[in-house]
Design a protein around this ligand. Structure first.
Ligand SMILES: Cc1ncc(COP(=O)(O)O)c(C=O)c1O
Length: 397
């Protein structure tokens, strides 16, 4: 009655974290831990979303279209073109753009539409960075692709080494998930890297899925996006990117994002989505339209994250391999043993962080590239963040 395919999915990192600390009491005087384990922004949902959320009561009386409304698609395509300075016409709102109900579901279901039964007569593969956002693996397994985990070494800017990929593996790849800015390390792929990834996707005919959900949270320079490469030759073939309002607009509860890119692929994806995926309430589409149309709240969000990274630098510089993440809002700290550190931070400091190990696949010999790390999400207000980081520094010495 229960699919044995589920055996390949280990428990989700957040469950594992709860199990890890389940038997450890918080230190005296604390009835809650400061939450830094989940990338749930807490800057508050921007006010401009309030009116559309209130205003579309009648919208609950209709089935909302899975492809969103024409005006939402236009607004999203306009945002993407402005953000990456794309030529007019590259992103046709009706052919190259679809909303998703949070990019998590889109990143999962995209593998179902991209994975053939066999590629060149062989079992298809899905290429994933390691560590990685966990739904990539879930999607790959559900689609019947063999997940192949690509090491992301600190010395290689925490990105998979594209020159290290065997042509044989690339030939059987159906899909390649790239995450930039990367969760968890905050690494950013430059244009040369993205150009090479697009070229490989076209040469070996797989889908390059560029997860750019953290593209609007950055320290100094706006991270480049894969659509800039498509703009160079006006070709969207073999490439899609994902963007989300969860991080950009601190609205994870809206469950809204989009996928843009290869129109032929998106036509097939939409066909699948008509069967399988959930559309969003009309009020949510309207709120998303308001948020994609506004930049002021994004500038303020970025300012707050930058201020928190400044605080982190003052407290942690020179320790735990601290570095300013070029993108995103996570600190990726080398604490020797991330699992042990997470337990101690819970029990001695009332701070909840995530062991890096829970975000990474073990190597065949049982070792884990992220064993030494913890991921610390800078999602709380400034004072809470300062308190938590001070406790981390004091506890882990
Ligand atoms: C790398 C990455 N991609 C995608 C998502 C999904 O975000 P959402 O489903 O809220 O759009 C997350 C959420 O944490 C993430 O870290």
């Amino acid at each position: 009655m229960i699919s044995d395919k589920l055996d390949d999915l280990q428990d989700y990192p957040f469950w594992r974290m709860n199990a890890l600390v389940g038997d450890i009491p918080l230190p005296d005087g604390h009835d809650a831990a400061i939450p830094m384990w989940i990338g749930e922004p807490r800057h508050g949902v921007p006010e401009i979303a309030r009116a559309p959320l209130r205003g579309s009561f009648e919208g609950y009386g209709v089935y909302p279209p899975i492809e969103g409304t024409p005006s939402l698609r236009r607004v999203m395509a306009g945002w993407l073109a402005r953000r990456y300075d794309l030529p007019e016409g590259l992103i046709d709102p009706d052919r190259a753009m679809l909303p998703v109900q949070g990019t998590r579901e889109g990143l999962f279901t995209v593998a179902l539409a991209a994975t053939p039964r066999a590629k060149g007569g062989r079992a298809p593969a899905a290429l994933l960075p390691n560590p990685f956002y966990q739904p990539y693996k879930g999607g790959a397994l559900a689609a019947g692709a063999e997940p192949v985990f690509l090491p992301c070494a600190a010395g290689a800017n925490f990105l998979p080494d594209l020159d290290d990929l065997a042509p044989d593996l690339l030939d059987r790849a159906a899909i390649f998930y790239l995450c930039s800015p990367a969760n968890p390390q905050g690494a950013v792929a430059d244009l040369a890297y993205l150009r090479r990834a697009v070229a490989l996707a076209r040469a070996h005919d797989f889908l390059l899925v560029s997860d750019e959900c953290y593209a609007e949270i950055y320290d100094r320079e706006p991270p480049p996006g894969v659509m800039q490469i498509c703009a160079e030759d006006g070709d969207l073939a073999n490439v899609v990117c994902f963007h989300s309002l969860s991080k950009r607009s601190s609205a994870p509860g809206l469950r809204h994002g989009f996928v843009a890119g290869d129109p032929d692929f998106l036509a097939a994806f939409l066909r699948l989505r008509k069967y399988a995926a959930a559309s969003s309430a009309m009020a949510h589409y309207a709120a998303a339209e308001a948020l994609w149309s506004d930049e002021a709240h994004v500038v303020e969000n970025r300012r707050l994250y930058r201020e928190k990274i400044d605080i982190a630098e003052r407290i942690l510089a020179g320790r735990f391999g601290f570095f300013r993440p070029p993108g995103g809002f996570f600190l990726w700290l080398d604490v020797g043993d991330g699992v042990e550190a997470a337990r101690r931070l819970w029990g001695e400091a009332a701070v909840k962080v995530l062991p890096g190990r829970y975000l990474a696949e073990d190597r065949p010999d049982g070792s884990n590239d992220a064993q030494a790390y913890i991921r610390v999400a800078l999602v709380n207000d400034l004072e809470t963040t300062r308190t938590a980081l001070t406790r981390i520094a004091e506890t882990l010495g």
